[in-house]
Design a protein around this ligand. Structure first.
Ligand SMILES: Cc1cc2nc3c(=O)[nH]c(=O)nc-3n(C[C@H](O)[C@H](O)[C@H](O)COP(=O)(O)OP(=O)(O)OC[C@H]3O[C@@H](n4cnc5c(N)ncnc54)[C@H](O)[C@@H]3O)c2cc1C
Length: 416
């Protein structure tokens, strides 16, 4: 069923009785060409591009809960391409270009809103770093613009510019960056993959990975064994646990990242604003809620909920940056389990086991990567070669030392 304004009007006139389920609920088959473990944004996008770009449709996405119930439905929805290092920069640039066409590509409203993302800086040294990053972004072919304090004051007058600890010296804006509705992205890819013949199987937890003679042969699940020629682990915060089923130890720690939303307010924040020094960032959702978050809870965990010290830290940072936020009432807070690599960059690669592929290590930033991750992972699985924009996301960089330390926090994010 194609969606359109006309369809919405027609359905409205006739009692909305014509809408069809967005995807089927098939029983798992005994065998597939490709099995994808994890029905989050990246798993669904991979299935979609396997079918769309490579004509591989005998594919199952196995999701232990419901589609979109993981981090793809828990993140703070920021989409940007303002990375600094070669390796990351071309990948996120590719992703942003895919975002810009995603709604017409999927015939689905993912509410992609290019409202601009501003990184604040608070010293001369940070200004130099922002200029350097801006030049690197522009060299990549994306947009970046340095903003003076006066320009910022006109654009976002509600910040406390004179705060004693972190007075604001200026900002770096990427105007093409912004937000998208997170779960709509999962639903849009799910609908597109299903329409091309992919089986989306919910409530199907993978409990084992079958390997014979160094080659993957299938998976064990709560709904029976499924044979497969190729298997992809795309399980975000659970990646290390799933890889351990095949006897692999990944260079990944799982940490909780929290986010918060206030009651709906009239439009007040037009951009996404990042206050790195305070570990705080904020935007306003289309429903009016102020959506904000901070850094990881400072310990490894598989609990998809956070703890009070980080909540307090984020609220303090919010009050420091924009004291007006103190008047808003928090409606909800939640946590997601993020897969942290030692250098803060992801892995899209073959594993040492034939036919077993890895797409993981997205840290706190994998939502914006969803289209390019799916695109490049599908390319790798279909052709056996890394896509040119994902060449540096190799698993062996942690043994060869070719790290992509975009964060500059070294191997211990939890201590920065
Ligand atoms: C609070 C928070 C804020 C964030 N904010 C941003 C942001 O603003 N911008 C940004 O770019 N990124 C952000 N991120 C990161 C982003 O959400 C993730 O990097 C990205 O969603 C991970 O990929 P995914 O969507 O495939 O993960 P998920 O949606 O978590 O998908 C993985 C799926 O695998 C399933 N699974 C796990 N184990 C098994 C198994 N054994 N069998 C079957 N299925 C299994 C899980 O149930 C899950 O559905 C944020 C994350 C959090 C938690």
């Amino acid at each position: 069923m194609r969606y359109s304004g006309f369809r919405v009007l027609a359905e409205g006139l006739f009692g909305n009785r014509g809408w069809k389920p967005v995807w089927r609920e098939p029983e798992p088959k005994a065998e597939y060409d490709v099995v994808i473990i994890g029905g989050g944004g990246h798993g669904l996008a991979t299935a979609y591009y396997l079918a769309r770009n490579h004509g591989i449709t005998n594919v199952a996405v196995l999701e232990k809960g419901y589609l979109g119930g993981g981090n793809v439905g828990r993140n703070t929805t920021i989409v940007r391409a303002n990375y600094f290092l070669p390796g990351n920069s071309e990948f996120y640039s590719h992703s942003l270009r895919l975002w810009e066409k995603l709604e017409s590509e999927l015939n689905y409203n993912v509410m992609h809103s290019q409202r601009g993302h501003i990184i604040l800086f608070h010293s001369d040294g940070q200004r130099d770093a922002a200029v350097r990053r801006g030049n690197s972004i522009v060299n990549q072919g994306d947009d970046a613009e340095l903003l003076s304090v006066d320009q910022l004051k006109r654009m976002i007058p509600y910040l406390d510019y004179e705060q004693t600890r972190f007075p604001i010296y200026g900002g770096l804006i990427q105007r093409r960056a912004g937000t998208a509705r997170h779960d709509a992205v999962a639903w849009g890819y799910a609908r597109g993959a299903d329409a091309r013949g992919v089986d989306l199987i919910q409530n199907c937890e993978v409990t084992g990975i079958d390997v014979q003679g160094g080659r993957v042969t299938g998976v064990q699940t709560t709904r029976g064994a499924i044979r497969a020629k190729k298997v992809a682990i795309i399980a975000a915060g659970r990646s290390s646990q799933v890889a351990a089923m095949a006897g692999m130890r990944l260079p990944i720690e799982s940490h909780v990242l929290q986010a918060f939303v206030t009651e709906g307010l009239k439009p007040v924040i037009d951009h996404v604003v990042s206050f790195g020094m305070g570990h705080f960032y904020i935007s306003q959702s289309d429903k009016g809620g102020l959506v904000f978050g901070g850094d990881l809870d400072f310990y490894a965990s598989y609990a998809a909920r956070g703890n009070l010290p980080m909540l307090e830290h984020v609220m303090e940072a919010g009050m420091t940056l924009m004291p007006m936020i103190g008047k808003a009432k928090i409606l909800r807070g939640w946590g997601g389990i993020v897969d942290m690599t030692p250098d803060g960059s992801p892995i899209i690669d073959k594993s040492p086991i034939d036919g077993l592929f890895l797409d993981c290590g997205w840290n706190y930033g994998g939502f914006k990567a969803t289209p390019a991750s799916g695109w490049c992972m599908a390319h790798l699985m279909a052709t056996g070669e890394s896509h040119e924009v994902a060449r540096r996301f190799r698993l062996d960089r942690f043994t060869t030392g070719h790290l992509l330390d975009e964060e500059g926090t070294g191997s211990q994010h939890n201590l920065h």
